[in-house]
Design a protein around this ligand. Structure first.
Ligand SMILES: Cc1cc2nc3c(=O)[nH]c(=O)nc-3n(C[C@H](O)[C@H](O)[C@H](O)COP(=O)(O)OP(=O)(O)OC[C@H]3O[C@@H](n4cnc5c(N)ncnc54)[C@H](O)[C@@H]3O)c2cc1C
Length: 459
């Protein structure tokens, strides 16, 4: 009789033991559970110290996975942490939960300066307005969207609450505290901690140190070399200085925009070539020559077949990753919070400021709250400008989610397909729905054969 197939989990064992059990299979013929049974935490530690730390076999660290709960951390911090793409996150929603004045971050250096008063006064003002407008906005929404016969009281109230908070969330400053669940492996956690402790912001440094302390209880050996990193520190200062010498310009208030700034002109051909490559095994350049000479109909047929039968929750084939698009997106921070969560892309994020102005949701104007809303934005801008003089990084904390920022995003067609299908949907927030719809238009204009396959909700 042949060897018995066995499939089982090692969950329940300490993450460092799991990492060694998997690592040892490389040289040891024993079953995983037998290897694991012979290990204790001391033996695992010795193994990691020799192989992972000593010889730098970092991929073993990926088998040690941690699920870490972060509570009462600023929204600004969550975005920095979630920038680590090889991990999974879920955070408190600004649509389903009401935030309050008791929970916002107060940077220590501002608190011990004469800017304390205006910082606190501004954050309090913004959050008071947010809370104070809930009732008025609820009345407006109930009037605009009366309950229908087929809606239960509960469903209707939730719908109204979501609409209210979707509009008012723009008033919240990014200092507001939130909760974040993160599942991450030790290799990526190490680097996330290094980036946090190398940052200029005290909150980030402290949370980096606390993450290390917390993770050390579970993975005491693996998280070595988490100290402040000189390269990150010096390099970012160097690039800032030289960038500012090379180019100067003025940032003006401007509407939200999505610009396609780079793309593969022959992106559709690339998809076709890679499909033929996979299915024939012929050399790429030979295929490319053939594809260049194919008729439009022949090309269209290959692309159409690549999407034939694709269901609502199916993922397009890998060959659709070949074309890449770079979008320069100007959006409010509220939309950015959602867009940034997409991990299969490269995002370049400048710091948050107030130079590009802010978004005002149509329903805030319709509800007669424009003056209140604008007073919040003006106050936040004034305070930001004052704080920025001495504390340019800390000044970000006072900026409300309504203010715009730029993000450069490079994604392949497969990810764009996912983004547009998910983010143009009616269940989403209006701000990112528009971004997804614009991305659809831009791709469709340059790559109509691929564009035809995109699933978009244009309503
Ligand atoms: C209506 C709506 C409400 C939402 N509400 C909340 C909320 O309350 N709180 C919150 O935190 N987030 C919320 N989100 C964000 C959501 O949870 C995702 O983080 C975000 O949409 C990114 O999508 P994604 O993970 O599918 O895609 P991407 O990160 O763009 O990845 C693309 C695809 O790659 C695969 N993939 C990428 N990384 C991994 C991985 N590590 N493991 C397995 N597969 C992976 C998946 O198939 C994924 O769909 C909401 C999103 C929507 C649309």
């Amino acid at each position: 009789m042949g060897a018995q197939r066995r499939i089982y989990t090692l969950n329940g064992l300490p993450p460092e033991v799991i990492a060694v059990a998997f690592a040892k299979t490389s040289r040891c013929p024993d079953p995983f559970d037998k290897i694991a049974a012979e290990l204790n935490e001391d033996k695992s530690r010795q193994f990691h110290e020799k192989w992972v730390i000593g010889y730098g076999h970092g991929s073993i660290m990926e088998h040690a996975v941690l699920s870490i709960a972060l509570e009462n951390v600023s929204v600004l911090l969550t975005k920095f942490l979630e920038d680590n793409r090889l991990a999974s996150y879920t955070e408190k929603s600004t649509r389903y939960q009401v935030f309050d004045k008791e929970h916002y971050y107060k940077p220590e250096n501002l608190m011990s300066s004469d800017l304390r008063e205006i910082y606190e006064e501004t954050c309090d003002f913004l959050i008071d307005k947010y809370t104070g407008l809930v009732q008025k906005m609820t009345a407006f929404m109930q009037n605009k969207y009366p309950k229908t016969a087929d809606e239960t009281e509960g469903v209707y109230n939730t719908k109204i609450k979501n609409k209210v908070l979707d509009n008012l969330r723009y008033l919240l400053p990014v200092s507001i505290l939130t909760n974040l669940g993160m599942t991450i492996n030790a290799r990526n956690l190490r680097w996330a901690i290094v980036k946090l402790v190398s940052s200029d912001l005290k909150e980030f440094n402290e949370i980096g140190a606390e993450l290390k302390q917390c993770a050390d209880k579970i993975t005491p050996t693996l998280l070595k070399h988490t100290e402040r990193n000189e390269f990150i520190e010096k390099n970012s200062a160097l690039l800032k200085e030289s960038s500012n010498k090379l180019i100067t310009g003025t940032k003006q208030p401007k509407e939200n925009t999505v610009d396609l700034v780079e793309y593969d002109k022959n992106g559709e051909d690339k998809v076709i070539c890679s499909i033929l490559y996979k299915n024939t095994g012929l050399p790429y350049l030979e295929i490319k020559q053939k594809v260049i000479n194919m008729s439009k109909e022949e090309k269209e047929d290959v692309i159409k077949k690549a999407f034939e039968g694709l269901g609502k929750f199916d993922i397009p084939i890998r060959e659709t990753e070949m074309p890449e698009y770079v979008f320069d997106i100007l959006m409010d921070y509220g939309a950015f919070r959602d867009v940034q969560r997409h991990r299969i892309c490269t995002q370049i994020n400048p710091n948050l400021d107030v130079d590009y102005g802010y978004s005002i949701p149509d329903e805030v104007i319709e509800a007669g709250m424009e003056a209140d809303y604008k007073s919040c934005m003006e106050k936040a801008k004034e305070t930001f400008t004052k704080i920025k003089e001495n504390f340019p990084k800390e000044a970000q904390y006072v900026v409300p989610l309504a203010y715009r920022k730029r993000v450069l995003i490079k994604m392949n067609f497969r990810e764009a397909f996912h983004f547009i299908r998910l983010r143009s949907g009616k269940q989403g927030h209006a701000s990112y729905r528009k971004i997804a719809q614009n991305m659809y238009n831009l791709i469709n204009d340059i790559h109509p054969m691929l564009g035809k396959q995109l699933v978009v909700d244009k309503t």
